[in-house]
Design a binder for this molecule. Structure first.
Ligand code: GLN
Length: 191
């Protein structure tokens, strides 16, 4: 099992570390050819406009779109924004996932926060809530068609979605020491 992490900008090292810790071959992706050997790809958090700009410069947009038609792709935070078919007030980037997102939607007052989430997909007989870390996070406004919401804050705000082999989280599972989300992603990759 080989998982790549898009390494143009943002929190890619943290994903690599957690993948290695759970015994997965993890590599940094910067060029189109880096995608070839992979079973799955993670698009990390960071600054979505910067990642998008660099992905365009490196001619990665189309190849990643094609990759997402066949294989598992997970976007965390800025990565979720890149996957979305609709970004409020801005043009879409990869536009592969049937979700509507709004950037920086928690406002200036709430730059970052942590909330324990109950996510039934992760539970597996383990009722422990998941520590979700949000940093200038986007909101998931809507999931359409095949895309389904899989996690919400206690106030009802949607913060994670799945669409077949595509996964999106508004938070950063690579920044907590709970590896269940990464294991869930691997299970998707092997399914
Ligand atoms: N605020 C960033 C953006 O809009 C996302 C923040 C993050 O990835 N932690 O791109």
């Amino acid at each position: 099992m080989k998982i790549g992490v898009l390494a143009l900008q943002g929190a890619f090292i943290e994903h690599i570390h957690i993948l290695k810790k759970i015994g997965v071959q993890a590599t940094e992706v910067r060029l189109v050819k880096d995608l070839e050997p992979l079973n799955g790809l993670i698009i990390p958090g960071g600054e979505s406009t910067t990642i998008n700009k660099l992905a365009k410069m490196y001619d990665l947009i189309l190849p990643v779109r094609r990759f997402a038609e066949k294989k598992v792709v997970w976007g965390t935070c800025a990565g979720m924004i890149l996957l979305a078919k609709e970004i409020k007030g801005e043009p879409a980037s990869l536009g592969v996932m049937d979700i509507v997102v709004e950037r920086n939607a928690f406002g200036r007052q709430v730059d970052s926060f942590e909330e324990m989430l109950t996510i039934s997909k992760l539970q597996n007989g383990n009722s422990k809530p998941f520590p979700a870390i949000f940093i200038r996070a986007p909101k998931l406004i809507e999931a359409r068609n095949n895309a389904k919401i899989i996690a919400r804050l206690t106030d009802g705000t949607a913060v994670a979605a799945i669409q077949n082999k595509l996964l999106a989280t508004a938070f950063h599972p690579e920044l907590s020491d709970d590896d269940r989300f990464h294991r869930f992603f691997l299970a998707l990759a092997t399914a």
